[in-house]
Ligand binder design. Structure first.
Ligand code: NAI
Ligand SMILES: O=C(O)C1=NCCCC1
Length: 282
């Protein structure tokens, strides 16, 4: 009879999960995922259970990778309004199983994993898609994802200027102080975005915070916040003039409010059906 599962808390994950190993691992995983059956990854679209009474959600994200022989699921909860400054809007736990017999091997903090893996995937996409030169980084939002993206992007790239905007200036200033970097806090999103080469939208907004006519032609945008069909970060102008890259076509057309509400989902699908489109995974 195997012993109890290992318990790995946030401090352990924070200490041992660095971008220098996480990014190459995710690059392999993204390539394997995009290869479909050949890649050996089974990862159905996640199940999201709304907890409407509290404007929250429970997400269940199972996956099996044959090449890694890794069987896992992440359980994540996220709430549109925070009930306490001590409780983050997003919390998660990762369960790791012995694939050969289903025994639970480890219970791992999923919050740090979520913060870092999302920033790492954005960094992978940015490495492939950013303009050259890319001197100005703009981050819209000042929460956990904004923080992890700042850390990942300042480690992976060399920007001459980093700008942050948040709907609450005080929070943007807190983030700027926390990262101890050379950061310019901007008063409006438009000010932060103007002439930026790489833009990260990391808000929980339900209305667009980024407008197409603010964005410099050729800029690269990592839009990660609007992960519910009724949430948005990017306006229609931007959605209908951009070159769209997604991690998965199926999930993005079901979950991404920027795709669903702008209507590009159907165009996106149509383009896929009628035209050979090169989709580079995010
Ligand atoms: N695409 C992905 O893989 C992932 C996406 N996310 C999403 O990214 C977003 C940010 O996540 P966290 O940083 O963990 O959340 P957080 O709660 O730590 O930060 C949220 C940020 O959004 C801002 N915000 C909230 N409502 C807003 C509004 N109406 N207008 C403008 N700004 C607003 C807050 O001021 C804060 O700066 C969330 O929507 C979350 O669901 C989170 C994890 C993974
Ligand atoms: O991928 C994740 O993990 C999440 N995506 C959006 C909602 C919060 C968690």
């Amino acid at each position: 009879m195997s012993g109890p599962p290992a318990f790995l808390g946030a401090d352990v994950v924070e200490k041992y999960l660095g971008y220098s190993t996480l990014i190459p691992s995710l690059e392999k995983a993204l390539v394997n995922y995009s290869r479909g059956k050949e890649g050996g990854i089974v990862q159905p679209i996640r199940t999201i259970v709304p907890v409407a009474k509290y404007r929250g959600f429970l997400g269940v994200m199972p996956a099996y990778s044959a090449v890694d022989d890794a069987l896992t699921t992440k359980v994540v909860t996220f709430y549109e309004t925070k009930t306490s400054s001590d409780i983050p809007s997003h919390q998660a736990t990762v369960l790791l199983f012995e694939p050969s017999n289903g025994t639970l091997k480890a219970v791992i903090d999923g919050k740090v994993i979520t913060d870092k893996r999302t920033a790492a995937v954005s960094a992978i996409a940015t490495k492939l898609l950013k303009p050259s030169p890319a001197e100005v980084l703009c981050i819209l939002g000042s929460g956990a994802q904004a923080h992890s993206h700042y850390e990942a992007f300042t480690q992976q790239f060399s920007f001459k200027e980093v700008r942050i905007w948040s709907r609450t200036r005080e929070n943007a200033e807190k983030l700027a102080k926390a990262v101890e970097g050379n950061v310019r806090v901007c008063s409006t999103a438009r000010e932060a975005v103007t002439d930026a080469d790489v833009i990260i939208t990391a808000t929980m907004s339900t209305e667009p915070v980024l407008c197409g006519d603010w964005v410099k032609p050729g800029a690269h945008i990592n839009a990660l916040g609007a992960c519910r069909p009724d949430w948005r970060e990017l306006d229609d102008d931007l959605m209908k003039t951009c070159v769209l890259y997604v991690d998965t076509r199926e999930a993005s057309q079901k979950e991404s409010g920027d795709i669903v509400q702008s209507g590009v989902g159907s165009m996106f699908c149509a383009v896929l059906i009628h035209t050979p489109v090169i989709i580079v995974l995010r």
